[in-house]
Write a protein that binds this ligand. Structure first.
Ligand code: GLN
Length: 201
């Protein structure tokens, strides 16, 4: 692995540009992934926030869903934020009928989990393995991890308020997922953590 890994950003829908900017800032080479050949060329992949139902439909329509499943199950590092977390989950609660995911992450994710009153909010979240204090986590109609299988390490939980203790950051080997959107803040630490996972591979 080079010091400057090529990291794809799934560019079907969602906040693609923000992830590209973050990855570049971390010393990676971001490339947009819309086709299977583009997916073949990357060392790792970020699945952005957006709308998982739309993203999943587009992934099917662009013939990407199977190639994505193959690469993830073959061990490609991947990071999903928000809708991206849903895309990486093996199981969804409150998805739309027939909603597909890439899967790989042994979790049940509840879509739009925080409810209507708290569609969007910010909170400090302490992340295991991330020095420098809590991250300011931006949640936008976010999912949470309802339950996680034994291969999954919980990295972060909501630290206060009505959703206290809910799981919002997880890792399973080379898969990383957060309910929130570090790409929308000026704090690069989560992306750095991911890029380092890719480098250390
Ligand atoms: N609610 C969205 C979904 O179901 C996720 C929102 C987000 O990515 N900010 O995909």
């Amino acid at each position: 692995m080079t010091d400057r890994p090529t990291i794809g950003v799934l560019a079907l829908q969602g906040d693609v540009r923000e992830h590209v900017r973050m990855l570049r800032g971390c010393g990676a080479d971001p490339v947009l992934v819309r086709r299977p050949a583009e997916l073949d060329s990357v060392d790792a992949l970020v699945i952005p926030g957006g709308e998982s139902t739309t993203m999943a439909k587009l992934a099917v329509a662009f013939d990407l869903i199977e190639p994505l499943r193959k690469r993830v199950s073959a061990g490609m590092p991947a990071y999903g934020s928000c809708a991206g977390m849903i895309m990486l989950a093996d199981r969804i609660v409150d998805g739309v009928a027939g909603q597909q995911t890439v899967g790989g992450l042994d979790v049940v994710v509840r879509r739009n989990a925080f409810g209507r009153q708290v569609e969007s909010f910010e909170a400090d979240v302490e992340l295991a393995g991330l020095p420098g204090g809590p991250v300011r986590a931006v949640f936008i109609r976010a999912p949470w991890v309802e339950s996680a299988g034994t291969p999954v390490t919980v990295l972060g939980r909501v630290g206060s308020g009505p959703a206290l203790g809910r799981i919002v950051a997880v890792r399973q080997q080379l898969l990383l997922a957060t309910s929130f959107h570090p790409e929308l803040t000026g704090d690069r630490r989560v992306h750095e953590y991911f890029v380092n996972m890719v480098r250390e591979r």
